[in-house]
Every structure is written in structure tokens, then in C-alpha cells.
Ligand binder design. Structure first.
Ligand code: IPM
Ligand code: MG
Length: 357
């Protein structure tokens, strides 16, 4: 097959991991007889520096014209002083919205080899950690109005609005049920229905949907309790469906208990097969340029792209198996290092994964 992939190199340590992911994709192309064309695309800090805009229309157009998009991570201290609408993160939010990617899937699965790197007690880890957070990605408070006013008293007041419509909830709710159907058939809707109207609307819509999926065991949990349950008894979860901000927060927590945020990929999809694939971690400015960052989450994101956008299951399996073999050999990066293992840099981890393919 021949595929066009828009590649967003990203900021700070991000180009280091993207470089390794492209080496892995090149290896897949060679091994399985595919051709991948990479279209360099600027978004985030790089686009601000080049064009004064975190996502100019011509760069969004490249993503819309591609078969899929691979991204590292954007943002960094250099752009922190900018107003909200001009920050690198805004480019990412506009990209997700511009591509219509309302469904973000973030697997929290522990690689058994990384159990010692989990901060949880061994007896909790032993019960297994394997769940997916289905995060609504183009609505809620990240996309509502943001405003800072000065009150008559001279004091400033900031307002962020969290809107959700029924159809936005329904389409992500369905993805939650469909995802659960392909797994252990348990779906938990996470919200704050004891306080928020948006959460009460989520529950009303989910109640309508659940009758259509009688084979899925449906439950509900408040987000504060969920944050606690994820560290107390993560084995109880199969699929969590939740709104944008709760999903952002819980997915960082969920990644940490699997040993390292440096291992977790994600997929963002809308109605078609064109998606955006990115690690869930940030651009790691503290270690940028030091060849220390773990490229695995970006490499596994490339594998997700092959599986979900291109229907290349064997190719994705090949990458994931190679990552497993590298871990079997006790090769690690600084973020998930444990006693008795060998700590590699970013490029050397890329080499190690390529060698196992
Ligand atoms: C993530 C990130 C982004 C988000 C930021 C960079 C806008 O934290 O993908 O989890 O909040 O969605
Ligand atoms: Mg986040």
C-alpha cells in the first residue's frame, strides 16, 4: 500500500522521538512492501516561530489531505508567556477540532516487564492493569469560551465555559460502548453528576444508549472517586468514557501506574479512518537535545496508526512485539529504569526496537 503521512515533528524533545518512529515505519515499509510518504507539517511552537500562528490553515490543509497524521508533542517554556490563543497547545486543540477528531483512545496497559517500575504495590499490579480511557476530544471546557474580565471593583475574574450538546455526548458514548464490546464488555461513565449539569446530561444520554448495548455492563462513577480507584484497584476497569478535561487528567494518572508515561500511545479519530496519533506525554523540555527521551510511546503511536487508519494489523503486531522483546532483554530508558536493567538513550532504544523487527 501507498500512504501519505503528515508528520508533525513537534517541539523540544519531540523531534528526537518522531525520528525514531519514522525509522520504525521505514522498516515496516521495507519488510511488508509498503510506501510511506512523509509530509513535514508545522504545528505548535515550530509553527509559531515560522508563521506566527500555532496552526496556519496551510498546515492544517496538509493534515486534511493526508491519510493520517503522526505527532510527537508540542509546547515548551519558550512560548509560555504568549496569550492563550497563540500558544502551541492551541494549535493542537485546533488541529483536533479541524480534523473532527472527537474520540481519543488512551490505553493504560501494563507491560509485565515494567511491573517493577509501577509506583503501585506489587499485589495491586499483580491483579492486572488493562483498561482504555475513551476521552471526548473536541468539546467541553477546552473548547468553551475563555474570558478574563475586570470587575467594577478592579478585581479580575476569569471564566471558562464547559458546554456539551446531546449529539456530542451520544457519538462518544457509542464509541465507549463499541470499544467495550470488543474487550471485556464493561463500560464506566466517569463524571461529576453530583455537581455539574454537563455531567447530568451525559448520564441522561448514556442511559438512553445503554439499552442498545445490553451485552455491555454499564456503570457510573464520580471523577474524584475514579482518581482514587485507579490507584486502589485499577483491575476493576475495562473501558472508561469521559469528557475532555477529566480524560486529560485521568489518562496521565493511568499512564503513571503502568510504569511510565513514556510508553503510552494514543489515537484520535472522528467519523472516518484518518486519525491523529501521538504519545500522551508532553515535549519534555527538561531533557530536550540530550538523547534521553523514551521514543516508545511515539513508536507505539505509529503502530496504532497502522492498525486503525491503514488496517495493517500484522505490521502493528510486528512493532508491538519488537517493543516487548526489547523489554524482555531488560533494555530501558531513564523514565522506566529499574535495578538490573540497562538504560539506553533515545536513538539506541530506536536501534534496539528496529533490531527486533
Ligand atoms: C494531552 C495534552 C493536551 C491536552 C494539551 C497539550 C493541550 O495534555 O494531549 O493530554 O490537554 O489535550
Ligand atoms: Mg494531557
Amino acid at each position: 500500500m501507498e500512504k501519505n503521512i503528515a508528520v508533525i515533528w513537534g517541539d523540544c524533545a519531540s523531534p528526537e522521538i518522531v525520528r525514531q518512529a519514522l525509522r520504525v515505519l521505514d522498516k515496516v515499509a521495507e519488510k511488508f512492501g509498503h510506501t510511506f510518504h512523509y509530509i513535514d507539517t508545522a504545528m505548535g511552537g515550530e509553527a509559531i516561530d515560522k508563521y506566527g500562528d500555532p496552526l496556519p490553515q496551510h498546515e492544517l490543509d496538509k493534515c486534511l489531505a493526508a491519510d493520517s497524521v503522526l505527532l510527537g508533542a508540542v509546547g515548551g517554556p519558550k512560548w509560555e508567556g504568549l496569550p492563550g490563543a497563540q500558544r502551541p497547545e492551541k494549535g493542537l486543540l485546533r488541529l483536533r477540532a479541524g480534523m473532527g477528531l472527537y474520540s481519543n483512545s488512551r490505553p493504560a496497559k501494563i507491560w509485565p516487564q515494567l511491573a517493577p517500575a509501577s509506583p503501585l504495590k506489587p499485589e495491586i499490579v499483580a491483579k492486572g492493569i488493562d483498561f482504555i480511557i475513551v476521552r471526548e476530544l473536541t468539546g467541553g471546557v477546552y473548547f468553551g469560551e475563555h474570558r478574563t474580565d475586570t470587575l467594577p471593583s478592579g478585581e479580575k475574574q476569569a471564566v471558562d465555559i464547559m458546554p456539551y450538546t446531546e449529539h456530542e455526548i451520544e457519538r462518544i458514548g457509542r464509541i465507549g460502548f463499541e470499544t467495550a464490546r470488543k474487550r471485556r464488555k464493561k463500560l464506566c461513565c466517569v463524571d461529576k453528576a453530583n455537581v455539574l449539569d454537563t455531567s447530568r446530561l451525559w448520564r441522561a444520554v448514556m442511559h438512553r444508549l445503554k439499552d442498545e448495548y445490553p451485552d455491555v455492563a454499564y456503570s457510573e462513577m464520580f471523577v474524584d472517586n475514579c482518581a482514587m480507584q485507579i490507584v486502589k484497584d485499577p483491575a476493576q476497569f475495562d473501558v472508561i468514557v469521559t469528557e475532555n478535561m477529566f480524560g486529560d487528567i485521568l489518562s496521565d494518572e493511568a499512564s503513571m501506574i503502568t510504569g511510565s508515561i513514556g510508553m503510552i500511545p494514543s489515537s484520535s479519530l472522528g467519523d472516518g479512518t484518518r486519525g491523529l496519533y501521538e504519545p500522551i506525554h508532553g515535549s519534555a523540555p527538561d531533557i530536550a537535545g540530550q538523547d534521553k527521551v523514551n521514543p516508545t510511546a511515539c513508536i507505539l503511536s505509529a503502530a496504532m496508526m497502522l492498525r486503525y487508519s491503514f488496517g495493517m494489523a500484522a505490521e502493528a503486531d510486528c512493532i508491538e512485539a519488537a517493543v516487548g522483546k526489547v523489554l524482555d532483554k531488560s533494555l530501558r530508558t531513564a523514565d522506566n529504569m529499574s535495578e538490573g536493567c540497562t538504560c539506553l538513550g533515545c536513538a539506541a532504544m530506536g536501534d534496539a526496537i528496529l533490531a527486533e523487527m
